[in-house]
Design a protein around this ligand. Sequence first.
Ligand SMILES: Cc1cc2nc3c(=O)[nH]c(=O)nc-3n(C[C@H](O)[C@H](O)[C@H](O)COP(=O)(O)OP(=O)(O)OC[C@H]3O[C@@H](n4cnc5c(N)ncnc54)[C@H](O)[C@@H]3O)c2cc1C
Length: 506
Amino acid sequence: MLLKKFSFSLRHFATIFTYSSIPKHGLLCYHKIHKSKLSSVARGKFNTLTSKDIEFFSSLLGSSGIIQNVEELDSYNVDWMKSHKGKSSLALRPRTTEEVSEILKYCNKQILAVCPQGGNTGLVGGSIPIFDEIIVSTSLMNKVIHFDDNTGVLQCQSGSILETLENFANEKGYTVPVDLGAKGSCHIGGNISTNAGGLRFIRYGSLHGNILGLKVVLPNGEILDCMNTMRKNNTGYDLKHMFIGSEGTLGIVTEAAILCYPKSTETAVAFLGCNTFQDVLSTAKMVRQMLPELLSSLEMLDNQSADTLRDNLKLTVPIATHPFYVLVEISGTDAQYNEQKLNECLSLLMEKNHISDGTIATEPSRIKAIWSIRERITEALLKEGHGYKYDISLQLSDFYKIVEVMRERLGQKVTRCVAYGHLGDGNLHFNATSRTFDPEVLALIEPFIYEWTSERKGSISAEHGIGYKKRDYLHYNKTNEAINLMKSMKALIDPQGILNPYKVLP
Ligand SMILES: Cc1cc2nc3c(=O)[nH]c(=O)nc-3n(C[C@H](O)[C@H](O)[C@H](O)COP(=O)(O)OP(=O)(O)OC[C@H]3O[C@@H](n4cnc5c(N)ncnc54)[C@H](O)[C@@H]3O)c2cc1C
C-alpha cells in the first residue's frame, strides 16, 4: 500500500520539478540594499589608503591580484543578503600563505583595517567591510595540496570552493564532512571561520572535530603553522580551535587539513508530509531510532516555506500540501538494505499516522531535485523584499513554538513568517519578510527573539555566527566573564584591532 503510494508520487514528481542552482558570487543585483541599524557604529582609528599603499600591494600581487574598479568591487562590498554595502576601494587576491603574510605585516605596520573574505555567502555581515577596510579575498587560493587515499585526509588552500572539494573527494571515493546550500560559492576557509553546520552535521558532527590542522596568518603577518594530519594529537593547547568559528577576527586561515569520510554508494531520500508539529517530532524520533546506522540528514520545512518556493521560484513540493514536511536522507552501501529499512520505517510512520503522504527518491537527479526544495528556501526568501533572518538552536519541545509566537506578534506587518531547518540538530531558521525594510518590524523581533531563545537555554546563532549583525546580542549566550576573555584574546593576538573590526565582539 505504502510503496504503491510512494511510486505514484515518484512518477508525478518527475513532471513538476524545475532545477537550477543558487546564484553564484557576483551574479546578484544590488538594488535592494536597505538602510538598517547596521550603520550605527563609528569608524575605528585606522589610516586611510594612500597611493603608496596601492603601489606596495601592486608590486606584491601584480595587477591580477588587486581590484580597484568600482563596479567589480561591488560584489565584494555587498553581502549575500544585500543588507549592507561597505565602502572598500581595494580588494586583494593573494595566491599563497606568504603573500597573505606580507599583506597583514604591511597593514599592521600602517594601521590599515582588513576584512577577510571567502565566498561571501555569510549571512551575518561578517564578510563585508563596514567602512573602508581592505578586503582580502581567498578566491585565488584554491589549490588542493595533498590527498591521503588511506586516511581520507584532504589538505587544501582555504579559498577552495566547497563543491569543488566535494567533487574531488568523490572521485577518490570519499566525501567531505560539511555540505550546505551555498556549496557552489562558499570557500572551505569561510566554512572553517564560521564553523559552518549544514546538512551533514547529524552524521559527521562539527568542523571542530573534522578539521585536523590549519595554517593561519596572524594580524601581525606571522604564519602560525598548526597543520596536522593525525586524528589524534593531544600536545597541549589545540590552537586551531581558536580560528574555527572566530569569523576572521583572530587570523586569516590559508590552508586546512580536512578529515573526509568514505562515500556511501547508495543514497535514498524521503520527502514526507506531516499534519502537526507533534507528528514532525514523532517522525524524527522514529527515524532516528529505526535508521541509526543509515541516517545522514534530517531536515524540516513548514508549508509557508513551500509557498515561498512556489511563489518566488516556481518550485513545488512533490507531495500533497501539508502543514509540515520532513526530509530524511539515508546513505549506506547496500541499496536493498536501505530500501528495506526505509520502507519498514515509513510503513510504521504511516500506520501510526505520523505521516500521511511521502515520496522516495533513489536516482541522483531526483535526489538532487528533492534537496533543492530544502536548499533553495534562502534564495526564495531573498526575492521577497527585505528579510529578517534568524538562526537559532532550541530544544525540540520549543522548536516550533517561537514561530507561532512570532506570527502572533507580527500579524499583518510582515508578508511571510516561515520556518525550516536542521531538525536533527535542533537548529531552526526562522524568517520574516516585508516588501521593504521596516524598523517597526525589526523592533518587534529584536531583541525579543533573542530573549525568548536565551530564556530557554537555546543559542541565538546556531551556525551562521555573530558577524556584524549580532554582535550586540552576544551577551544572550555568553557571560560577561566569557566576553571579557574573548576581548583579551583579541587584544593579545591583534593589539591594533586591524583584523575584521566591528565583528563578533560587542
Ligand atoms: C543559500 C545559503 C545556504 C546556507 N546554508 C548554510 C548552512 O546550512 N549552514 C551554515 O552554517 N551556513 C549556511 N549558510 C551561510 C554561509 O554559507 C556559511 O556561513 C559559509 O560557511 C560561509 O562561507 P564563505 O566562504 O562564503 O565565507 P564568507 O561569507 O566570505 O565569510 C564568512 C566569515 O568568515 C570570515 N572568513 C572567510 N574566509 C576566511 C579565511 N580564509 N580566514 C579567516 N576568516 C575568513 C569572514 O571574514 C566572515 O567573517 C548559507 C548561506 C546561503 C547563502
